[in-house]
Design a protein around this ligand. Structure first.
Ligand code: FAD
Length: 448
């Protein structure tokens, strides 16, 4: 059954769907615990969440010739799409919603990947291998992938639900922000993570007077490089973004002149639109009572296997064991969702591949892009290469002479590959090698 047939069948004209399941390819149907004739589906690969990780998992399964039913259940009513353009190209108008799909619509039909859109899994029984949708349908699965991503952390202050206060996760959020932005003159951005920074960049390029409210006392404190924080601050200020450090929102109030924002420090500021980017929370609520271990996301090993056999997790929701860094991590980035979705597919089909990649992240702001790879949370040396002023620079983070992380701005792709190799190999860079690394005139090939 193709995905749209499934949709038509599920929704039915009266919204309840047909009373029988004669259209399904159900095999070995048993009603189990479902009382009163609840509908059920038997699915070989049930992919919960309709984002990047699930779509890539489905493609990899079919690419590996998986037979049987592959079904994606998504809370969103859209085909899986890429989120990076939501805070960049879509706001700035150089991309439109039709261009951001993970795959073209035909893909799902051609590959017989069934899509159940606008439906949320609310319950899972890990032992019985049953997932239940918010419409009561029971999915009896052979293997399941949890790829439910994460949801924006919300402010809990008075007035936080007022109109024109936005969070950004979905295409609908991005479209709503864009519409509101068209009528706005003054914006407030709360938070200075990559979402806040990208939004500030887009807003000010759309001639909206933009202020960032930053809890820390520098930008990107997490990058652990004072030079980078100063670079970003100077750059953003020169582009017209105002930055207020060491303060956060105490309340929002609607006035005749837009939204009045009162800060913890007791200052007030008027704006027409506010966008909040203060981090995300992994979507795992539906796994309560499932037996699947959850701790800041779904706990999985380096094979993407959860604590329950045949249940895997990938992408933003996965708290995985990263063998390269020898610790658990949850990575909320595009490339990682692809890697893990595909890895989970391979292992669902009997492979035993471990996660073997240095997770990286990219971002575009104003007229430059940058990449971040690795983990600098435990490093003792920072080496700069190139010049931030000319917007071509790298910052390398080492621990006991070994490369652990790198920031790369407008650098040749070769440099990222070099950094990835250096991190994976764990080779020790002597003092002489570290000096070479800092010297832009020396090629990196000689450093390893
Ligand atoms: P998601 O893409 O979030 O997909 C999860 C899906 O599951 C969603 O559709 C959700 O509605 C659905 N869902 C949740 N709960 C349920 C449920 N119970 N039942 C059914 N469905 C459910 N990364 C970069 O590296 N570079 C960037 O520049 C960049 N820019 C970004 C810009 C924005 C605005 C955002 C939001 C993210 C950006 N990212 C970027 C991060 C990247 O997009 C994510 O890491 C990636 O989308 C994660 O994919 P995922 O499949 O794990 O989750």
């Amino acid at each position: 059954m193709s995905w749209f047939t499934l949709q038509a069948w599920r929704r039915g004209s009266d919204g309840t769907g047909p009373k029988t399941n004669e259209n399904t390819e159900a095999r070995d149907l048993r009603w189990g615990d479902s009382p009163g004739g609840l509908r059920m589906e038997k699915v070989d690969y049930l992919l919960v969440g309709g984002g990047l990780a699930a779509a890539k998992c489905a493609a990899e399964l079919r690419g590996r010739r998986a037979s049987g039913r592959i079904m994606i259940i998504s809370a969103e009513k859209r085909l899986p799409y890429n989120r990076p353009p939501l805070s960049k190209g879509l706001l700035l108008g150089y991309q439109n919603p039709d261009q951001i799909g993970v795959f073209k619509p035909d893909f799902y039909q051609d590959q017989k990947v069934e899509l159940v859109l606008g439906s949320r899994i609310t319950e899972v029984d890990g032992d019985k291998k049953i997932a239940v949708g918010d419409d009561g349908i029971q999915y009896h699965f052979d293997k399941m992938l949890v790829a439910t991503g994460a949801a924006p952390r919300h402010l809990s202050v008075p007035g936080a639900d007022l109109e024109n206060i936005f969070y950004l996760r979905s295409l609908d959020d991005s479209l709503a922000i864009n519409e509101s932005l068209g009528k706005a003159q003054r914006a407030l951005i709360v938070g200075a993570g990559f979402i806040g920074m990208e939004l500030a960049s887009a807003f000010v390029q759309k001639n909206v007077e933009t202020t960032m409210l930053v809890r820390d006392n520098k930008l990107f404190a997490k990058l652990g490089s004072p030079e980078l924080s100063v670079f970003f601050e100077d750059y953003f200020k020169n582009q017209g973004v105002a930055i207020v450090y060491g303060d956060s929102v105490d309340s929002f109030e609607m006035t005749g002149d837009g939204i009045n924002v009162v800060t913890k420090a007791g200052n007030s500021r008027q704006c027409d639109i506010a966008a909040v980017g203060i981090g995300v929370i992994p979507n795992t609520q539906f796994l309560e009572g499932s037996g699947v271990e959850v701790d800041n996301g779904v706990r999985v090993d380096e094979y993407m296997r959860s604590s329950i056999p045949d249940i895997y997790a990938a992408g933003d929701v996965a708290n995985f064991y990263d063998p390269i860094f020898g610790k658990r991590r949850r990575v909320e980035h595009w490339d990682n969702a692809i890697t893990q979705g595909e890895l989970a597919a391979a292992n669902m089909m009997g492979d035993s591949r471990t996660y073997n990649k240095v997770a990286y992240f990219f971002s575009d702001m104003f007229d430059f892009s940058w990449e971040w790879l690795g983990d600098n949370s435990d490093t003792d040396t920072v080496i700069n290469r190139g010049s931030l002023g000319s917007k071509s620079a790298s910052v390398f983070y080492l621990k006991e002479g070994r490369l652990r992380a790198a920031f790369l701005m407008m650098r040749d792709a070769k440099e990222r590959k070099w950094a990835e190799k250096a991190i994976i190999s764990g080779v020790e860079l002597t003092d002489a090698k570290q000096e070479e690394l800092a010297d832009e005139d020396r090629t990196l090939d000689s450093v390893l």
